[in-house]
Ligand binder design. Structure first.
Ligand SMILES: CC(C)(COP(=O)(O)OP(=O)(O)OC[C@H]1O[C@@H](n2cnc3c(N)ncnc32)[C@H](O)[C@@H]1OP(=O)(O)O)[C@@H](O)C(=O)NCCC(=O)NCCS
Length: 145
């Protein structure tokens, strides 16, 4: 059964493995462990049985939620799990007074751009050559009502 909960330090190793497999890069063990203790961060993990299948993480600073990373094991895509995780983070942020959500996504990541568009985010600007591989970052944003 699918469960959502806060990130635990013991999840970090599995998440680093998943991110590396899926995105070719990872926030890394140290950063994820730090975020698990950061009071301005909210990192939500999805589990299925005793397996960690993904996470979404954001920082909540001055009424702005910034989504830092979002990853789900492909075996669990297209079941609405992404939407549930996204909504859980948004609901948390709204309860804490967030007025906007924003994020950066790689220009080639059409799946993620589609997903965020479906959640009501709009492209607001481009950060040129933002990623290590030279790709641009698309900044997407939505006001939270
Ligand atoms: C982006 C990501 C988190 C979305 O996760 P997901 O669990 O597949 O998301 P959802 O299932 O909620 O929605 C994805 C699609 O499934 C569809 N869907 C939702 N519920 C569904 C259901 N019950 N049955 C069939 N399809 C469904 C949605 O309409 C959506 O369709 P689209 O891709 O054609 O727009 C996932 O693709 C991922 O981990 N990608 C790699 C990492 C990444 O790029 N992260 C973003 C970095 S910024």
């Amino acid at each position: 059964m699918l469960k959502l909960r806060d990130l635990w330090i013991s999840d970090v190793e599995q998440l680093v493995e998943l991110e590396t497999k899926l995105l070719g890069e990872t926030l890394g063990q140290e950063m994820l462990s730090t975020e698990a203790r950061n009071p301005l961060a909210k990192f939500i993990v999805a589990t299925y049985g005793n397996q960690v299948i993904g996470y979404i993480g954001g920082w909540l600073v001055a009424e702005e939620l910034e989504i830092i990373n979002f990853v789900i094991d492909p075996a669990y895509w297209h079941q609405g799990i992404g939407q549930k995780m996204f909504n859980a983070l948004i609901d948390y942020a709204k309860a804490k007074g967030a007025k906007t959500v924003s994020l950066e996504v790689k220009e080639s990541n059409q799946r993620a751009i589609n997903f965020y568009t479906l959640q009501g985010l709009k492209m607001v600007r481009v950060r040129k050559k933002y990623y290590h591989d030279g790709q641009d970052a698309i900044v997407m944003m939505k006001e939270l009502s």
